[in-house]
Design a protein around this ligand. Structure first.
Ligand code: NDP
Length: 374
C-alpha cells in the first residue's frame, strides 16, 4: 500500500471510525493487513521514546503496520518533536520530554511506549513507563546487567503491564524456518553453533563508546546478537561460558568498553557455541549451525536484511519483510491478543541474555569458566 493511500485511510479511520472510541484502550484500524486480508481488529497505539537513528527506523516501519499506530513521541530535543508531529501526524498533546513523560498516565490515547534510548537509560525509563500504566517495549540490551533487568521485570509485573524487548530476529521468516527444521528433527542433534557479530565503529565521542551510557562496548550492542542467536539456534539454554577479550586501541576503547570479545558457551546436550563480538572488524554478520544430519548457514544473519542463508535442504527462500514492521505487528498481537510468539520476546527472555553477558564479563575478568543458571 502506498504511503499516501495509507495516510488517507488512517485519517479516514481516525476521523470516521476511531474517534468515538479513542477513550477506550485500542481502536479498530479498518484496512487490509499485509496478507491482503481485511483487518478491523484492535490497534496498539505507540509512543516512541528517543528519536534517534533506530527510533526513526522504527517510526518509518510502523507506517506499514496493520496493528500498530505511531501516536506519540518522547524526546529531549524539541525540534525533533516538531518535525515528528508533521512527518508522522502526531498530535502535540501526545508529545513529551524526559522530565514530564510520567504524565502519560493521564493520556488515554497511548497504550505503549517503545524505549529506544542509550542502554543505561532503559531501566529507569521502563520503570517510569510501567508506573504510568503503559506497556513497555524496550530496545536491546534490555538493561546493563541482570540485576537491572530483574528490577524492570518486577516493576512491569507490579504495574500489570507487558514488557517486551526489541528482538526483531525472533520474527524473521528465514530464522524461523531454521528453528522449525531443528525442532522437527530435520537436522538431527545440534552439535555446534558459531556466531560472528561485529562492525568497525566510527565516531569515538558517540554514546556507544561511553561506558556510563552503553554499559560496556561491542558486547552490549552487537555481541548480544550472538548471545541471543546461540540460544535460539541451538534451542537450549547454556550452562557455562568462557570468554577472552582483546583490545588493539585502548584510547578509543577505554576501561570497561570492550573492543573484541570471543566467548564460548556450553549447553546441556553437549553442544557448544563459539562466538565473536567486535567493534573492530567490518561486516561480521554470520551464523553457522552444525548438526548430525544437517546444517544452517546465514550471512547476513542479524542485519536489517534481507537475511540470506542455506541449510542442508537448500537455499532459504522465505520472503523478506521489513523486520521492524513485522516485529511491531507481532508485538501488538502479543500485547492485545495474548498471542504466543515462537521465540519469546519478553523481559524474562532478555534477562537470560543479560545473565549470559554478566557471565561473559566475569569470565573475561577471572579467566575462568563461569557457570550459568538461567
Ligand atoms: P541514537 O544515538 O541514534 O539515538 C538515541 C536517542 O536517544 C537520541 O537521538 C536521543 O533522542 C535519545 N537520548 C536520550 N538521552 C540521550 C543521551 N544522554 N545521549 C544520547 N542520546 C540520548 O542511538 P540508536 O537509535 O542507534 O540506539 C538506541 C537504542 O536502540 C540502543 O539501546 C540500541 O542498542 C538500540 N538499537 C537496536 C537496534 C535493533 O536492531 N534492534 C538497532 C540500533 C539500535 P532525543 O533527542 O529524541 O532525546
Amino acid at each position: 500500500m502506498t504511503n499516501s493511500r495509507r495516510n488517507f485511510l488512517q485519517k479516514l479511520t481516525a476521523s470516521f471510525i476511531a474517534l468515538p472510541l479513542l477513550s477506550t484502550k485500542s481502536y479498530a484500524n479498518i484496512e487490509k493487513d499485509i496478507t491482503g486480508i481485511f483487518y478491523d481488529g484492535p490497534v496498539l497505539r505507540v509512543a516512541i521514546m528517543g528519536l534517534g537513528s533506530y527510533g526513526t527506523r522504527v517510526a518509518d516501519a510502523i507506517q506499514a503496520c496493520t496493528k500498530v499506530k505511531l501516536v506519540g513521541a518522547i524526546s529531549g530535543t524539541p525540534s525533533k518533536l516538531t518535525a515528528w508531529q508533521s512527518k508522522y501526524t502526531i498530535p502535540e498533546k501526545n508529545c513529551y520530554n524526559y522530565e514530564n513523560f510520567d504524565a502519560i498516565k493521564d493520556n488515554p490515547d497511548i497504550d505503549a511506549v517503545y524505549i529506544i534510548t542509550p542502554n543505561a537509560l532503559h531501566k529507569e525509563q521502563t520503570i517510569r513507563v510501567a508506573k504510568a500504566g503503559k506497556h513497555v517495549i524496550c530496545e536491546k540490551p534490555m538493561a546493563l546487567n541482570a540485576k537491572e533487568g530483574e528490577a524492570m521485570i518486577a516493576a512491569c509485573k507490579k504495574a500489570n503491564v507487558k514488557l517486551l524487548v526489541g528482538y526483531r530476529m525472533h520474527f524473521e521468516p528465514k530464522t524461523l524456518e531454521v528453528i522449525r527444521m531443528r525442532n522437527a528433527g530435520e537436522m538431527g542433534k545440534v552439535l555446534f553453533f558459531q556466531g560472528l557479530c561485529g562492525f568497525r565503529i566510527g565516531d569515538p565521542t558517540q554514546w556507544r563508546l561511553n561506558k556510563d551510557l552503553a554499559g560496556g562496548g561491542s558486547m552490549m550492542d552487537i555481541g548480544i546478537y550472538a548471545v541471543n542467536g546461540s540460544r535460539y539456534m541451538v534451542g537450549e539454554e547454556p550452562v557455562w561460558v568462557t570468554a577472552q577479550e582483546t583490545k588493539t586501541d585502548p584510547v578509543k576503547f577505554k576501561e570497561g568498553v570492550d573492543e573484541t570479545i570471543q566467548f564460548q558457551l556450553g549447553f546441556p546436550s553437549g553442544a557448544v557455541a563459539s562466538c565473536l563480538s567486535t567493534y573492530m572488524m567490518n561486516g561480521l554478520d554470520r551464523f553457522y549451525l552444525n548438526a548430525e544430519k544437517g546444517f544452517a548457514e546465514m550471512q547476513p544473519s542479524t542485519g536489517y536484511g534481507p537475511i540470506k542463508g542455506k541449510t542442508n535442504k537448500g537455499e532459504l527462500t522465505q520472503e523478506h519483510k521489513t523486520h521492524q514492521t513485522v516485529q511491531m505487528d507481532e508485538m501488538a498481537a502479543i500485547i492485545l491478543e495474548g498471542k504466543q510468539p515462537i521465540v519469546p520476546v519478553d523481559g524474562e527472555e532478555a534477562l537470560k541474555d543479560l545473565k549470559i553477558i554478566d557471565g561473559i564479563y566475569a569470565a573475561v575478568k577471572s579467566g575462568r569458566k563461569v557457570s550459568l543458571k538461567l
